[in-house]
Design a protein around this ligand. Sequence first.
Ligand SMILES: [Fe+2]
Length: 118
Amino acid sequence: MAYSKTETKGEDVKDAGLEQVIIWLREDLIGELEAINQYQAHIDRIDNEEVRELLEHIRDDEKEHVAEITHLLARIDVIQREKFAEDHTMAQEDRVVSGASNDADEKVATVGNLFGKK
Ligand SMILES: [Fe+2]
């Protein structure tokens, strides 16, 4: 059973456009975040140390998955990457901007901005 809210009736996944891939990644991200919360809720209710430690390990794996999907989204979704480049949780004058530039030619080549290029 596929773990996705997206139906792919008759659709060849290999033919999915980048926008569809981004939508699926966002859905996958939701699933990972919900998994973290579910594991944490169970950890908080379990007295058995061995089980709790295993669930903590799995919860932390899910946090790694969140980071991986987030980084992938930042690589392939230009607007999302620009939003990640600024910390919007603090005043603008206190923000640290990394890798953000209005001039595309000034950007340093990274795996991320080379995504899809040959
Ligand atoms: Fe996961």
